[in-house]
Write a new protein. Sequence first.
Length: 205
Amino acid sequence: MLIPIAHRMLENQLVYDAYQTCVGSVKYRKNLVRKLAEEEITSFLDIGCGTASTIDLLPINASYHGIDISEKYLERARGKRPGLNLILGDVSKSAWTQFLNLEAPTTCIALGIFHHLSDLELKLMLQQCLSVLPKGSKIFSMDPIITESSSRGAKWFAENDRGKYVRTLTQLEEIFTVNNLNPTIKVESRQMRIPLDTVEILITL
Ligand SMILES: C[S@@+](CC[C@H](N)C(=O)[O-])C[C@H]1O[C@@H](n2cnc3c(N)ncnc32)[C@H](O)[C@@H]1O
């Protein structure tokens, strides 16, 4: 009863940003993006960009392309920096790729999106990304995960997330094998103020 209400409240972009800040997720994501932004690449593709909470960490000369299915989130993202290429669309469909012409190696950031996609949608999304990312690009993702050593609290938070597809390591590995990708996979815990285990995946193309 309370969980569906909380999920509905999180659809509001202000509530979403406030919640992410409170649970320490913004700080965690910022640390991840800060590391990615230290590299030489200045072209970024943000899959499921939400309100573009990480934009401030990217170099001022960065070219930024963000795709999200929520117009409300994109509206909030729009005011954050001029010149952002924000695309309203479903990442598992091909339509969004026509708004991109990436020529330089690009860092594809996918924070908290994989667990919103079914296996088929995730595979299709990866295929769309592979179709637009030039050689030398990379894909970096972070999502909640449930492992054998996840605490009861961590399992509760993962199971009650708005994303319906929180996966195990084996399930994730299967998806990447099908797509012939060779990811580096790292499980993290205690990165936030809530007990949630996460999985970080890096694919270099
Ligand atoms: C947990 S939020 C993460 C937002 C952002 N990446 C961040 O780190 O703040 C997940 C985002 O994925 C978006 N999303 C979910 N399903 C999607 C889909 N099929 N296509 C595009 N965006 C989607 C949601 O609207 C939401 O903004």
